[in-house]
Design a protein around this ligand. Sequence first.
Ligand code: FE2
Ligand code: FE2
Length: 137
Amino acid sequence: MNPRKMEAKELIEKLKEEHNEIPALIDDAILTYQIGNLSGAFPVIAQVREVIAQHTIDEESTILKILLDKLGKDNSKEYIEIFQQHVQITKAVDAAVESTYTGWTETVNLLNNLKQMTAEHHKKEEEIVFPKVLSLL
Ligand SMILES: [Fe+2]
Ligand SMILES: [Fe+2]
């Protein structure tokens, strides 16, 4: 998966849109599962993984790069720490996908956990990271 070729400002708008789209997709997966449609829920969970994977690549390759280039590593610590949450988020996505292979018993809990983790993370990006990047452009 490659980073999307977009200008930083346009990319930030896209990333914010995805911050709204991700919880809606997770809810869609949970509801589809809860009505008993497992074969319908799986592609939605796969789509959550796809959206988050592309989103993460863009934040780390484009957004973080701007911060490092303009501020240097020492002055980017606060932002690096926020992006380090991607490791835990990726693990939570993988756990939710893998739970569908082993009977779905944990899937709803794992998806709710992912939803909470991403909500907190997205809030920090929108309040701390994105405004800083926009101020540097
Ligand atoms: Fe992120
Ligand atoms: Fe994000």
